[in-house]
Design a protein around this ligand. Structure first.
Ligand SMILES: NC(=O)c1ccc[n+]([C@@H]2O[C@H](COP(=O)([O-])OP(=O)(O)OC[C@H]3O[C@@H](n4cnc5c(N)ncnc54)[C@H](O)[C@@H]3O)[C@@H](O)[C@H]2O)c1
Length: 314
């Protein structure tokens, strides 16, 4: 029998993805505790039904919290997510993303937690893909400290949990977009462009715009987490669409979703920017049942509707 999910800790639950996860577990009737230091998270994203604990994963008494709240499942989403910041301050990035993850794993082992689902990054840890698309066995060659830290986080989780009953799942996300996003994440450009287009401002495309990414809707990320937890599935799984979209195509779709078709300004290419990224998502289909995903025009239209509501005066 699968150990039942009763009490879930969402680290980073005041963030973009974590807040959607908290909503979803609450909707499934689970008890939800959110741990977040509000460094980038927002109180306004916290769902009313969850218990909120303000704290930093680098310092908080995690074992104590997990025991008191009788947590059986952790979805670990607290992180420093800014790739550029990780280059400027790799020590800080590693403190949060590596040491914070180690502390959480130690706490989970000590408190007898059943499963940790870790938000990893397929976009950042494979590096420039060798052949296409990157499946879970693709070599990992992260080109940023953020990518290195995400990979190290995975390795520590699996290494520390080895030989214990703790189930570890690393979900390697593609570029996630959707309602509540801001301009920082790996698909931050969607949020930046939508805000600008809805305010009647011009957008910027770096370089030729033929660089590509795999854009996945946040609702599908939520479904992946719910399925990984419900199935108590261990291992590494890519979560994306398997569809490669160029930045130029993305811009056209974003402009259409906002109902404001206007050409973007062209700027210089970003030095060192990865040229292509797309994930092989066969395993997410077979292991998690993620067979139908929200298509990009539909996901962008839902995201634009949210930005329109968020920008209109209450
Ligand atoms: N957005 C993407 O495209 C994407 C892609 C791949 C992986 N991920 C991963 O998914 C997770 C969530 O990303 P997001 O886009 O929702 O980012 P986000 O910044 O919106 O959420 C992260 C949350 O963690 C909190 N936090 C940061 N440092 C903390 C600390 N030391 N202690 C406690 N809380 C802390 C922040 O306040 C924030 O609420 C992250 O682990 C990120 O690396 C995101």
């Amino acid at each position: 029998m699968m150990p039942e999910i009763r009490s879930v800790l969402v680290t980073g639950g005041a963030g973009f993805i974590g807040s959607h996860l908290a909503d979803a577990f609450l909707a499934e009737g689970k008890r939800v505790v959110i741990l977040d230091d509000l460094s980038t998270g927002l109180r306004s994203r916290l769902p009313g039904g969850a218990r909120f604990v303000e704290g930093d994963i680098r310092r908080f008494d995690l074992e104590g919290l997990l025991r008191i709240e009788k947590i059986d499942t952790i979805v670990h989403h607290a992180a420093q997510i800014d790739v550029r910041k990780s280059v400027e301050d790799p020590v800080f990035d590693a403190e949060v993303n590596v040491l914070g993850t180690i502390r959480l794993t130690q706490g989970a082992l000590a408190a007898g937690v059943t499963q940790i689902v870790f938000a990893s990054s397929g976009g950042a840890i494979y590096g420039d893909p060798e052949g296409f698309a990157a499946d879970e066995s693709h070599p990992t060659n992260p080109v940023s400290p953020y990518g290195v830290a995400k990979l190290a986080g995975e390795k520590y989780l699996f290494g520390l949990a080895h030989g214990s009953p703790l189930i570890v799942t690393a979900l390697r996300y593609a570029n996630v977009y959707g309602p509540r996003q801001d301009g920082r994440g790996e698909a931050g450009v969607v949020g930046i462009w939508m805000k600008k287009l809805l305010a009647g401002e011009e957008c910027l495309i770096n370089g030729e715009g033929e660089q590509s990414r795999d854009f996945v809707f946040v609702g599908d990320i939520v479904r992946a987490n719910l399925a990984a937890a419900a199935r108590r599935l261990a291992g590494v799984i890519n979560i994306g669409t398997g569809v490669e979209t160029s930045v130029n195509r993305l811009y056209d779709l974003v402009a259409a979703a906002c109902g404001t078709p206007r050409p973007a300004r062209r700027g210089p290419a970003k030095p060192g920017e990865q040229t292509r990224s797309v994930l092989d998502v066969t395993k997410s289909r077979t292991a998690l049942g993620l067979t139908t995903l929200v298509e990009l025009p539909e996901g962008l239209s839902r995201t634009a509707a949210w930005f329109r509501r968020a920008s209109s005066p209450a």
